[in-house]
Design a protein. Structure first.
Ligand code: IVH
Length: 669
């Protein structure tokens, strides 16, 4: 027995290493036959010793035929996405923002390929893969560990004696290489099954398969690009990925460190061409500030880090014929002109409809029905018309495309606000898509999160006259929505419970749910923290609004007009009467103090304990105001390391106190 146990362990270690040599290094040391031989030996031994079962054994990579549902798991750290840029000017702007943010400190940028698959988060404990989670909505995703184990380039067990921490997370992209993709589609064609549009869809469809044996046959691959966790070895992104590569992870070998904008452009130009020779699909370049300390000091916005950006390669463009233009009314009343065209293949999918943006866009193109138009799939999912082929016009050219003047849904004359490109239907209070859109926004996850309701149910209730605005939700009676049968009663209960539960949703999300134009998630949060109640916000003057960090003229004006509207006031009163949260809770309030009341504070330099954004939030939480530049009115400068020399000089000249990080934290303790 002792011998067989030792042999099992030896075989597992060896097979892990051969897997690595073959799938990560592309340098097999033994033949396929020898490999199969060792694998069979291990399988036989494991069968005889079920007590030695190991979920991370190389034998577990074949998957299982047993269907299973995916468990939802919350991400330990949210999975953010990247802001996109589409040209060198935008890259330059990012580079300058970073440079300003770092106050002229030298910095390096790590350039990488942007792999076009789906992102995955892998968790390792004591060198063993314990969990793999899809991105999901960034906050939580599906536990796809069993499927991920079938990807041979992902290590199940790391070699012993290396410097990886006991616990870490590594993120990357799961991909279906072109070769596997083409083979798969050939098979599907032969079997008369629907084809996958592109490798990304194929990879995503595969990874979400409930049967891991299917995944094992589909030959997915994975490139890792982000190491996270306490105790990760390096001080820089590049170094960390180098280490991860030594531990056995597959890292894109195109990764390169540069220290100037010109080198970034060279990298982009080189890989825009060379990428066509890579075994997997890429759709751009990712640029990351290399130093982790600098990353921390640059911090994050609500959606993406400031220290990284994606540059997207120019999308594929195709020409086709315009047949008709229709107009759609959105949630905000914005009218979108839509081109209906002869079907055309674009990046692997068939496209029939594309956006025409707005009135000026159509006019500038001098667009006619029957025109040959160029369609492109940009960063967005919705394709867009980018140009007209004037040379292709012939005698069959139809009439000029005219923008409509009345709403296609409710007949109201359309308006264009000064300085805005969009045309709107101003009938906010009774134009059906606007009403439905407002309700959909209201129930959405980041707003009231009433997930027992969906767009179809909303549309149905709307059609049946049960609801016309979000406040009506709280008046729905069981007899209006439940049928005679037991099953329907159950879903009615669920819906009513979901609506009732939403009355507990915190004030900041209620504020977002109201759907005030330009008041997004972040603005709603800021407003809630500053004004603390809907009544205080409704009473705020434009000046008071403008004083709040992050609230500009457009948002401020929109809030003022919204609260001036009597229907909106009535709407708020109704929501209040149903018990929705119209102010910050005791708990939220108690986190706020007035320790920094009336103080104007300038932040400068690089910090060790919190990011700049966090310090900004702390200042606001304690009643202070964060201002950009030093003046005689500045109360003190919160200074980290490497405070800008110009700022330092100015502060000294004006005799303004410099407070370091620890002193500051004591002040607000
Ligand atoms: S870094 C906070 N690096 O692009 C940094 N992402 O919109 C997060 N992606 O969701 C990502 N290649 O799925 C990073 N070399 C790369 C990448 C990459 C592809 C994907 C990833 C992410 C999306 C960003």
């Amino acid at each position: 027995m002792m011998d067989e146990k030792a042999r099992i362990e030896q075989l597992r270690t060896e097979l892990h290493r051969h897997n690595y040599q073959y799938y990560v290094m592309n340098k097999p040391e033994i033949s396929d036959i020898e490999f199969d031989h060792l694998m069979r030996e291990l399988q036989d031994l494991e069968l005889r010793h079920p007590e030695l079962f190991d979920p991370n054994s190389p034998t577990q990579r074949v998957g299982s035929d047993i269907n299973h549902e995916f468990k939802q798991v919350a991400h330990k750290r949210p999975m953010l996405s990247l802001a996109n840029t589409y040209n060198k000017e935008e890259v330059t702007e990012w580079y300058e923002r970073v440079n300003d943010g770092l106050q002229g400190q030298p910095f390096q940028v790590c350039c990488e390929m942007k792999f076009d698959g789906l992102s995955i988060s892998l968790h390792y404990e004591h060198g063993r893969l314990v969990r793999a989670v899809t991105r999901g909505d960034g906050q939580q995703g599906d536990d796809v560990t069993e499927n991920i184990k079938t990807i041979r380039s992902i290590p199940l067990v790391l070699p012993q004696g290396l410097d990886y921490p006991d616990e870490f997370e590594i993120r990357g992209e799961v991909l279906m290489p072109w070769e596997s993709f083409e083979a798969l589609n050939r098979e599907r064609e032969a079997a008369e099954e629907p084809l996958f549009a592109n490798p990304r869809n194929a990879a995503s469809g595969t990874l979400k398969s409930k049967n891991s044996a299917v995944v094992a046959q589909r030959h997915l691959d994975a490139y890792l690009y982000y190491l996270l966790g306490e105790g990760i070895p390096g001080e820089s992104h590049y170094e960390n990925l180098q280490r991860a590569s030594e531990w056995g992870f597959k890292i894109g070998p195109q990764m390169k460190l540069v220290s100037s904008l010109q080198e970034i452009f060279d990298y982009i130009d080189y890989w825009d061409v060379e990428r066509k020779n890579l075994p997997v699909a890429t759709d751009g370049i990712v640029l990351k500030v290399n130093s982790l300390a600098q990353q921390r000091s640059l911090g994050l916005t609500a959606k993406s880090p400031r220290w990284a950006i994606a540059y997207k390669f120019l999308a594929e463009k195709q020409s086709t014929v315009l047949r008709e233009v229709t107009f759609q009314v959105g949630r905000t009343g914005a009218i979108t002109p839509v081109a209906n065209m002869d079907p055309v293949q674009l990046s692997g999918t068939v496209v029939r409809r594309a956006t025409l943006n707005n009135e000026d866009f159509i006019r500038n193109l001098d667009l006619h029905i029957g025109d040959h138009v160029f369609v492109e799939k940009g960063g967005e999912i919705i394709p867009k018309i980018v140009d007209v082929d004037l040379d292709a016009r012939d005698e069959n050219l139809g009439p000029r495309v005219e923008f409509i003047t009345t709403c296609p849904e409710c007949g109201t004359p359309l308006v264009r606000y000064e300085g805005e490109a969009a045309t709107y239907c101003p009938n906010e209070t009774s134009c059906p898509p606007q009403l439905k859109g407002r309700i959909e926004h209201f129930i959405s996850r980041k707003a009231m999160n009433i997930d027992s309701l969906g767009p179809e149910t909303i549309a149905e209730y709307f059609r049946r006259g049960i609801i016309r605005d979000p406040a009506d939700l709280y008046e729905i009676r069981r007899d209006q929505i439940s049928g005679a049968r037991g099953q329907k009663d159950k879903s009615a209960s669920k819906i009513l419970l979901g609506i009732q539960e939403s009355t507990k949703v915190p004030f900041e999300r209620v504020l977002y749910a109201l759907g005030i134009r330009f008041v997004g998630e972040t603005a709603a949060k800021t407003l809630a923290r500053n004004f603390k109640s809907i009544d205080a916000l409704a009473k705020a003057s434009i000046d008071e609004l403008l004083q709040v960090n992050g609230i500009g003229a457009v948002i401020a004006q929109s809030i003022i007009s919204w609260f001036q509207n009597a229907q909106n006031q009535w709407f708020v009163e109704r929501l209040r009467s149903y018990g929705l949260q119209m102010e910050l809770s005791e708990d939220e309030l108690s986190e706020h103090t007035d320790k920094l009341q009336g103080q104007s504070i300038v932040i400068s330099g690089v910090f060790a304990h919190h990011s700049r954004d966090e310090y900004k939030a702390l200042i606001e939480k304690h009643g202070g105001k964060n201002v950009g530049s030093i003046s005689a009115k500045t109360s003190f400068v919160l200074a980290g390391e490497n405070m800008g020399p110009a700022k330092l000089e100015k502060a000294q000249k004006l005799g303004i106190r410099i407070v370091n990080e620890d002193e500051f934290l004591k002040m607000i303790e």
